[in-house]
Ligand binder design. Structure first.
Ligand code: ADP
Length: 542
């Protein structure tokens, strides 16, 4: 194999040469490894078109997967229905043990997982590491707390002592997951864990760009004892296999663009199934005058440039209070210009590639449009084909105006606009002036004040002195979007109860809740009125 060492760039003080990762080509992505993963895909027989998967680091092909069709999806659905019946009978303790074994296995084998994540998505190693940690945190949370969420609860009956009521939680059945390419391990697997814990079978349709992490996640679930067909992966084009998948499942979980989210929601409505949607964001960061500058700058770097900005919760708008503006902006610009951008399997790399030519084209278009309309370029603003085909520099803009594409739309790239404000109310108003409401960050030394402001921001998660990780990694608390950023939540109680059907069972003892034989309706009305008056006054019913 010819080894090419790319020319080093001013962005990469300690660039890891490209040949390094060629020598560590993950064995799951060797031709044999790819073939083994592809064999796990349910197929109804016959030839299928192949979808080529490329590594964004160089644009080289790393493997192919079949473009499944509706017959393959139906095959997966039939297998899932059969497997789910037995899985739902499996004691919770056994499901918990599988999740805990998965937890330990992922930590043991994190390096090989991260290699595959990086190869497939082109992200920096430190950002791929977050994916594994996220799945591990969710394993622990739902393993230890699953039975608290799912257990049968006694409820107050209609009449104390006489009516006895319980709430049961049943699995919905088969859950469909449609996942994006930006977090190919975290999103589908972390979202599947509570569905599995609740006794469902899961069919995952990963993004066309990143099928191998989904398949590898499925393979490892089997290794820790998940029965066959309880978790399956179907690969293919969303437009073709999304509809038959949604038609056949009992719940669909979607993460991706708002435009596709609308389509998925409509299809779910046609089949009268529930869905959860985690969609776009145009997330604001607010830096108050009293913020710790270093912490705010590092927070902006994580918030704006993690995963090269291809992160639904990343910041694309940075509002900075006048008193700190000059110092903060000059420190942020300096730090942004010094970020290490590279295609390597080294933790020192601070930002990786964009995922595809389409993403690169969109980022370029947004930046060029902003500059043509009068924005000021503070840092970055260039593609970097010398590093890899889809690399783009971390970019900061000022003087942006509402007519610019980057203000009107989600860029989903390493581009943030900086705004100055004087009064806190202005910042809150500007932060809320968006059709989206996913995540936000506030930097202040007065945490109490920050938490109070947070409640005025229309976003499903708000982080005080952190970009996104604090709220995201708090798996006990819900995460999701307000407004056009989505429907439903992952994590916490909502993140598992959404995969269940509640059932209320009530038993009536001694007397019916109706006029009973021998009692005339007048007497019944009188007695019930009296009983309701008494119930209103009973302290233990309040
Ligand atoms: P992007 O445009 O960035 O690829 P999408 O939101 O379109 O993001 O993709 C997210 C996921 O949705 C992918 O797995 C994709 O295949 C799938 N998808 C795309 N179109 C549809 C559709 N019409 N129905 C169901 N899933 C779809």
């Amino acid at each position: 194999m010819v080894v090419e060492v790319k020319v080093s760039t001013p962005y990469i003080p300690a660039a890891e040469p490209l040949y390094h990762w060629r020598q560590r080509w993950p064995h799951h992505l060797t031709p044999d490894g790819v073939a083994a993963l592809a064999r796990m895909i349910p197929q109804a027989g016959g030839e299928r078109e192949l979808i080529a998967v490329h590594t964004p680091f160089t644009g080289e092909q790393i493997g192919t997967v079949p473009a499944c069709n509706a017959a393959d999806v139906n095959e997966a659905l039939a297998r899932a229905r059969r497997a789910q019946k037995t899985w739902a009978q499996t004691p919770l303790a056994e499901r918990r043990a599988i999740l805990l074994r998965y937890h330990d296995l992922l930590l043991r084998r994190k390096d090989e997982l991260i290699d595959v994540i990086q190869m497939e998505s082109g992200k920096a190693r430190r950002h791929a590491l977050e994916e594994v940690f996220d799945v591990v945190v969710n394993c622990r949370h739902y393993a230890y707390h699953g039975d608290r969420y799912l257990r049968t609860r006694p409820r107050r009956g209609a009449l104390p002592i006489i009516t006895w009521t319980w709430e049961h939680r049943h699995p919905v059945g088969v859950v469909g997951m449609i996942a994006p390419w930006n977090y190919p391990f975290t999103i589908p697997i972390s979202d599947a864990l509570p569905a599995l814990m609740a006794g469902n079978a899961v069919i995952l349709k990963p993004a066309e760009e990143t099928p191998f992490m989904a398949l590898l996640g499925a393979k490892l679930l089997r290794e820790v004892g998940l029965p066959d067909d309880v978790f399956q992966v179907v690969t293919g084009h969303g437009r073709e296999i999304g509809p038959p998948l949604i038609a056949g499942v009992n719940f669909v979980g979607f993460t991706g663009s708002t435009a596709t989210g609308w389509i998925v929601a409509k299809q779910a409505a046609e089949h009268m199934i529930r869905c959860s949607l985690e969609l776009g964001g145009k997330n604001p960061m607010i830096v108050l005058d009293d913020a710790n500058i270093n912490s705010a700058v590092e927070g902006a770097i994580r918030g704006c440039f993690s995963n090269a900005g291809q992160l639904c919760v990343s910041f694309e708008r940075v509002y900075v209070q006048s008193g700190i503006y000059d110092r903060f902006v000059s420190a942020l610009v300096k730090r942004t210009r010094s970020l290490r951008l590279d295609a390597g399997l080294d933790y020192q790399v601070e930002m990786g590639s964009l995922v595809s030519a389409d993403q690169l084209a969109k980022v370029k278009e947004h930046v060029e449009d902003a500059l043509a309309r009068g924005a000021t370029l503070l840092a970055g603003g260039r593609a970097r084909p010398d590093i890899g085909p889809y690399f783009y520099e971390p970019t900061l803009l000022a003087d942006v105006t509402p007519d610019m594409l980057t203000v009107r739309e989600e860029t989903f790239g390493p581009v943030a606009a900086i705004y100055r404000f004087d009064r806190v109310d202005e910042a809150i108003q500007a932060a809320n002036d968006s059709p989206y409401g996913l995540n936000a960050g506030i930097w202040t030394r007065n945490e109490r004040f920050g938490r109070m402001l947070a409640r005025r921001i229309q976003a499903g998660t708000v982080n005080v002195n952190e970009a996104y990780a604090a709220a995201w990694a708090s798996a006990d608390a819900p995460m999701g979007g307000m407004k056009e950023s989505g429907l439903g939540r992952r994590h916490g109680a909502e993140g598992i109860l959404k995969y269940t059907e509640s059932q209320t069972v009530s038993a009536q003892r001694i007397i019916p809740l109706a006029p009973f034989p021998g009692l005339n309706v007048h007497a019944y009305a009188w007695a019930t009125t009296l009983a309701l008056r008494v119930l209103r006054r009973l302290p233990f019913l309040r």
